[in-house]
Design a protein around this ligand. Structure first.
Ligand SMILES: [Zn+2]
Length: 265
């Protein structure tokens, strides 16, 4: 399938993607300006202009769009460009690997509940990307052929999967224990990624050690674990020994100023 640059097809509702309308892959509310976008508004001579979209599209959705061959004028000639290889020429092998990658990334599972969580918008986006297996851990990057080596840069003992980065790496385990998770909590330590995110993000009951509700604490903790890990790996900062304390403080702040600004508790 090829999409034409002067296409009046609706960017969100048109059936121009192999996976059906783009709107079905995007959760949340579209702004007035974004609703009426047509394919031709976003597809320019130079390729897809993501700045035309007033929010950040998830990476896996972008790759899905980029995998579609688009004609563009080059020195007066029309030609087809294929994102699957550096020369832009179509080949079956790269098409196959993109298609396989997509099957892994865009599993037809409903993650709409993530957008209803009581947390900050950037954390919802982060959890949504985690649930789709699209954050920058080695296991995801290897699949996208960005890097070749898959072991965790911190412990070098395991494959750097999303769960390893956010839950299982030994430095991270310590943070979760400080936040009240017991070593023996099998449900927490053994569930798969999607269940782990869902069960913990919705768990209103558990209140460890007088901490704020777990469904508020967990998303903020995951986000901080990820940020702290990146500081350690990319900025070579030393391990933040107060992370669990800072997480609880952020949760308290969130509850006072963001969650219910009129009724601080
Ligand atoms: Zn590790």
């Amino acid at each position: 399938m090829m999409i034409s640059r002067d296409s009046n097809v609706s960017f969100w509702r048109g059936n121009w993607l192999s996976k059906g309308p783009l709107r079905n892959l995007i959760q949340g509310h579209l702004t007035q300006g974004a609703t009426h976008l047509e394919v031709k508004d976003v597809l320019t001579d130079m390729g897809w202009d993501w700045s035309k979209i007033p929010f950040e599209l998830p990476l896996d959705v972008k790759s899905l769009i980029q995998a579609i061959p688009t004609p563009f004028t080059s020195r007066g000639r029309e030609r087809i460009s294929w994102i699957g290889n550096p020369r832009g020429t179509f080949d079956l092998r790269s098409a196959y690997s993109i298609a396989m990658g997509m099957e892994i990334d865009i599993i037809v599972r409903d993650f709409g509940w993530i957008w209803k969580l009581n947390t900050l918008p950037r954390i919802k986006t982060f959890l949504w990307m985690c649930a789709h297996g699209s954050i920058g851990v080695k296991a995801c990057l290897v699949r996208r052929r960005v890097v070749e080596e898959e072991s965790c840069p911190i412990c070098q003992r395991a494959l750097e999967t999303i769960l390893h980065a956010l839950r299982d790496c030994h430095k991270v385990k310590e943070v979760w224990r400080q936040l009240g998770i017991l070593r023996t909590d099998r449900g927490f330590w053994t569930s798969n990624l999607q269940d782990w995110i869902k069960i913990n993000s919705k768990d209103r009951e558990n209140c460890f050690q007088g901490n704020p509700p777990w469904n508020i604490l967990f998303p903020i903790a995951v986000w901080n674990v990820w940020k702290s890990r990146n500081m350690l790996i990319f900025k070579r900062k030393s391990q933040n020994l107060n992370l669990s304390y800072e997480i609880v403080n952020q949760v308290v702040e969130f509850l006072c100023y963001v969650a219910s600004p009129r009724n601080p508790t």
